[in-house]
Design a binder for this molecule. Structure first.
Ligand code: ATP
Ligand code: MG
Length: 259
């Protein structure tokens, strides 16, 4: 019975402000069907981040409303809302603790689901050979080698070789792109129906960027609604629609083809 089950988003005349009386979103209205992938673009200060913060009520609507599967999000408990809607910031901070804790902090899911999410985000792959030493391993031991066997049936290689691998310094030993992949894996574990991603502006290596985009486009996320604040044209070119914000208003909302 976890809400939202679909991920339909309807924004009705949303006004949002940080300083009372100084709105930065001036009446945004739009509606997005579940499963749609929406790229959000606009100049600096256009309101892209504010819109994403409003979807999680880090910024409250001063008028208008946001409906998620027909439910006004201002009527939902904050904890419930934020547990079910995933936001992936430009520079995600991870929790200090195991990779398992990072993906399932409330310990609600079986290991198999956690492994599956790591696999689908390309953070681990089924073991093939020992020769792929280009991927760093997260060490829990002194020697930098994670000894534990994750599963009896299949061995993994990749960044994480055990669910107990420790993330330290809030993930600073991982690259920015890898941290975004971990955040995507967390969204997969929870089966989030609404995901808001703020694409990294800093350089992410091509391979990792490609993994992020492939993950988002993969069938696992086919049913999830995605807003991606995009900084690279290649990101949005095959999205379903592009939302162009300008000075806190919707300037355009159409397919990339029509823009
Ligand atoms: P960027 O591309 O630079 O990230 P953006 O489209 O995300 O820009 P927002 O961060 O949503 O833009 O900012 C919209 C407006 O709100 C801007 O005028 C900005 O100065 C203002 N603003 C943003 N955050 C705050 C804040 N915490 N307090 C007051 N004003 C803010
Ligand atoms: Mg921003």
């Amino acid at each position: 019975a976890s809400w939202p089950t679909k991920g339909d988003v309807q924004i009705e005349d949303l006004v949002a402000e940080y300083v009372p009386g100084v709105p930065v979103l001036h009446g945004i209205s739009l509606s997005v069907k579940h499963g749609e992938k929406v790229g959000v673009v606009g100049r600096t200060g256009a309101g892209k981040s504010t819109l994403s913060l409003a979807l999680l009520r880090f910024v409250e609507a001063s008028s208008g409303r946001i409906m998620l599967d027909g439910v006004d999000i201002s009527k939902i408990g904050l904890e419930d809302l934020r547990r079910n809607v995933t936001i992936i910031p430009q520079d995600p901070v991870l929790f200090n603790g195991t990779i398992r804790f990072n993906l399932d902090p409330f310990n609600e899911y079986p290991d198999e689901i956690v492994w599956d999410a790591l696999r689908r985000t390309h953070l681990v792959r089924k073991h093939s050979s020992h020769s792929s030493s280009s991927v760093a391993s997260i060490s829990t031991g002194e020697d930098g080698i994670e000894a534990a066997e994750p599963l009896a049936v299949e061995r993994m290689s990749g960044i994480f070789s055990s669910l107990d691998a420790e993330i330290k310094e809030n993930g600073q030993s991982l690259s920015l792109g890898q941290r975004q992949l971990v955040a995507l894996a967390r969204a997969l574990v929870r089966r989030s129906r609404l995901i808001i991603m703020d694409e990294a502006t800093a350089s992410v290596d091509f391979d990792t960027d490609d993994r992020i985009q492939r993950t988002i486009r993969g069938y696992e996320f086919a049913d999830s609604t995605l807003f991606c604040i995009a900084h690279r044209l290649r990101t949005i070119i095959d999205y379903d629609r592009v939302l162009v914000l300008d000075k806190g208003k919707v300037a355009e909302f159409d397919t990339p083809y029509n823009l």
